[in-house]
Ligand binder design. Structure first.
Ligand code: BGC
Length: 392
């Protein structure tokens, strides 16, 4: 065993509502997937049926010895029509929270993970003048079910939301392989306002730490492009980190790196090792992201809310995660305040237009929804139980 992680370090896995629940028919993504001529290759459909199978998912998390589970509450289910809230759906998510607590799993709740109710989108989406207040109204409806919750992520990857908006929704996060457009600044302003309004609604819950989770893109300058990379990083990432300066924590999400050349983001070199999303295999991404975030936000605790790899070769998942955690441990040793690590993802799930990139610690049969643990799940469970990396 190597040096241990800090006492009480959270070890978990993450999912998002739309990617695992299935039949999220009231959401804008469902509408986009099912539109004729949709550019999203595959539909989410039943996803992993976690809407019904969440107890099984929690049993898997607990059985592995993981101590935390990050999952989403789906706005489109809670507020199917503007200002009309579903008590049954609020109770549904309350049961998941209670299910975590009963199993001694720390629930980490995400309030917005890319999807919105269709009516919100039709009403102008994030660029409508009242969008932040509308989001806050939804958050206020969720507050009563959050008893016992300590960690709430308001908005997942606001930078990717603003980038996807700029790409008129044709981009998925997989566009990291190509070139990300600049984020839409009007959407960015609205998301920051919505985040602050949500934190205000959560403030009455004294036990809740709230923050948002930023896609850390690890911009690195190609030769002669140092200034360009600094500007790119500020626009695509740092403005969202800066908005977290007063937060209770910041979520770090890292997978790969972006190389910035004189003309902007460059695709990875032809000979680099790639994952199923086409991204460069780059386990150092996590430590780079944590160090960059801590440099900008030295007083804000960090929670790694996503890190993982899309691969059909599970031994590669262990190799990647071991590399990422080795770097993370070094960063912690250098004094960075990291509270936990949540692997993306618990399940092979709907990867925004395709089921092909498999990020899961657990395989899901697409016909029966049967869950099968992969060796990487046992490996991460072993790390969690030891609170340390194995020596090999
Ligand atoms: C998102 C997840 C996504 C993952 C892998 C993150 O950007 O939060 O929803 O599945 O990356 O692409």
């Amino acid at each position: 065993m190597s040096q241990p992680f800090p006492p009480g370090f959270l070890w978990g896995a993450a999912t998002s509502a739309h990617q695992v629940e299935g039949n999220n028919t009231g959401s804008d993504w469902w509408a986009a997937e099912n539109r004729s001529g949709s550019r999203l290759g595959e539909r989410s459909g039943d996803a992993c049926d976690s809407l019904h199978r969440w107890p099984e998912d929690l049993d898997l998390v607990a059985g592995l010895g993981l101590t935390a589970y990050r999952f989403g509450i789906e706005w489109a289910r809670i507020e199917p029509e503007p200002g009309r809230f579903s008590l049954a759906m609020l109770q549904h998510y309350r049961q998941i929270i209670a299910g975590c607590l009963q199993r001694s799993i720390t629930p980490i709740v995400t309030l917005h993970h890319f999807t919105c109710p269709r009516w919100f989108r039709a009403d102008g989406g994030w660029t409508a003048p009242h969008a932040p207040a509308t989001f806050a109204r939804y958050v206020a409806a969720v507050v009563p079910i959050l008893g016992g919750v300590r960690w709430v992520c308001t908005i997942n990857e606001p930078n990717m939301v603003a980038i996807m908006h700029a790409a008129t929704r044709k981009a998925s996060t997989q566009q990291l392989t190509a070139s990300l457009p600049d984020p839409d600044q009007a959407v960015t302003a609205a998301l920051i306002a919505a985040h602050r309004a949500a934190r205000h609604e959560l403030a009455d819950l004294s036990e809740v730490r709230s923050g948002w989770t930023v896609a850390n893109l690890n911009a690195q300058a190609a030769e002669g492009a140092a200034q360009r990379a600094d500007d790119w990083r500020r626009l695509h990432e740092d403005q969202y980190l800066a908005a977290a300066a007063e937060d209770d924590f910041v979520g770090v999400q890292a997978y790969t790196r972006a190389i910035i050349g004189p003309a902007g983001q460059q695709p990875p070199a032809a000979d680099v090792r790639r994952t199923l999303t086409g991204w460069e295999f780059y386990p150092q991404a996590l430590a780079d992201a944590v160090r960059h975030t801590a440099g900008l936000l030295p007083r804000v605790p960090i929670l790694v809310t996503e890190n993982g790899i899309a691969t059909a070769d599970d031994s590669e998942r262990v190799e990647y995660t071991r590399g990422a955690l080795t770097g993370l441990l070094r960063a912690i040793g250098d004094g960075i305040d990291v509270r936990g690590y949540l692997h993306w993802s618990l399940l092979d799930n709907y990867e925004w237009g395709s089921y092909r990139p498999t990020f899961g610690l657990v395989a899901v049969d697409r016909d029966t929804f049967a869950r099968t643990l992969k060796p990487s799940a046992d490996w991460l469970g072993g790390v969690a139980r030891a609170n340390a990396l194995p020596a090999d």
